[in-house]
Write a protein that binds this ligand. Structure first.
Ligand code: C2E
Ligand code: MG
Ligand code: MG
Ligand code: MG
Length: 287
């Protein structure tokens, strides 16, 4: 049997695997060029304060406008960017672009908007993130207290002294630090104690099941309580329905983001959304 399948199996394997490896190499090459060709853009998703439903700012989310494949989300290229190390220059660009955009919105009269930027564990291994952030803040003039850096548990669990030093440096610059996707990773409580954090972002997998899974509700409640006892803000990701929003409000969650308010959209669309929303609120409070 093995022998009779052999020829085909090998051919199948070769046909299946070889293009994949070369596809990866091709995509890596394309990614290198993408930075030069300015094919990366940032989409923005609003961050909402649950006390008064005010817009606090936006999370900047990376997109690749691929010339053949269209708008690619990070899921389509982030792991390759991290393996190849290309995430370092890409994420440097993200940080610069987000601070530039934030400064521009401020100048345009949108008021103070917090901008959240996702950092990669690879950056912490390969570069001095603290120095980079200091430089970008200097160049852009963006207020440090409006910059929020989103870290994954993978960064914090790397119990490295250099990571701890960089966190202290970041903190001393006056930026805020959030733990992204909280609850899905290692969830070691040790780093919450040791790092100078500001915020926990509850992963959307818990929010998704909030209405029909008592255990998801219990976990969300526990994260909110833990955060508040430790003097951290708690944000819930992935709010899609009003029922989820009201449950989170009742549980005392501080901030939310999700499709219920807006999907991530290009900068111009975000600014438009913001001014239309402000307009509606002004009309509502005048009547
Ligand atoms: P994240 O930081 O947890 O970002 C939230 C993700 O959830 C985004 O996916 C967003 O589009 C999605 N999302 C927001 N609200 C909802 C909702 O109500 N329902 C559902 N189903 N999804 C929602 P996106 O933009 O595809 O980004 C995926 C991940 O890629 C991010 O997860 C983040 O870890 C990473 N990422 C994004 N931009 C960057 C970046 O500039 N640098 C790095 N290193 N990573 C990034
Ligand atoms: Mg994030
Ligand atoms: Mg997240
Ligand atoms: Mg996530």
């Amino acid at each position: 049997l093995a022998k009779s399948l052999g020829g085909n199996a090998v051919r199948f394997f070769a046909a299946d695997m070889a293009p994949r490896a070369s596809q990866r190499a091709q995509m890596e090459g394309e990614m290198r060029d993408a930075l030069k060709r300015r094919e990366f853009v940032l989409y923005y998703q609003p961050l909402i304060d649950l006390n008064g439903d005010r817009v606090l700012g936006a999370e900047a989310l990376l997109r690749w406008m691929h010339p053949q494949r269209g708008v690619l989300p990070p899921g389509a290229f982030l792991s390759l960017a991290e393996e190849s190390g290309l995430i370092v220059p890409i994420n440097e660009w993200v940080l610069r672009e987000a601070c530039r955009q934030g400064t521009q919105w401020h100048a345009a009269g949108f008021g103070p908007l917090r901008i959240a930027v996702n950092l990669s564990p690879v950056q912490f291994r390969r570069q001095q993130v603290g120095d980079l952030v200091r430089q970008v803040l200097d160049e852009s003039g963006f207020p440090p207290d409006l910059l929020d850096l989103e870290l994954t548990e993978g960064i914090l669990i790397d119990h490295d002294e250099t990571v701890a030093e960089q966190m202290q440096l970041l903190r001393s610059l006056g930026v805020s630090l959030s733990v992204d996707d909280f609850g899905t990773g290692y969830s070691s409580l040790n780093y919450i104690r040791n790092f100078p954090l500001h915020r926990l972002k509850i992963d959307r997998s818990f929010v998704k099941d909030l209405a029909n899974d008592l255990r998801a509700l219990a976990i969300v409640r526990t994260i909110i309580d833990l955060g508040h006892i430790l003097n951290l803000k708690v944000l819930a990701e992935g709010v899609e329905e009003k029922a989820q929003l009201e449950t989170l409000r009742a549980e005392g969650c501080d901030e939310v983001q999700g499709y219920y308010f807006s999907r991530p959209v290009p900068a111009e669309a975000f600014a438009l959304w913001l001014s239309q929303r402000d307009g509606r609120r002004a009309v509502a409070s005048a009547s």
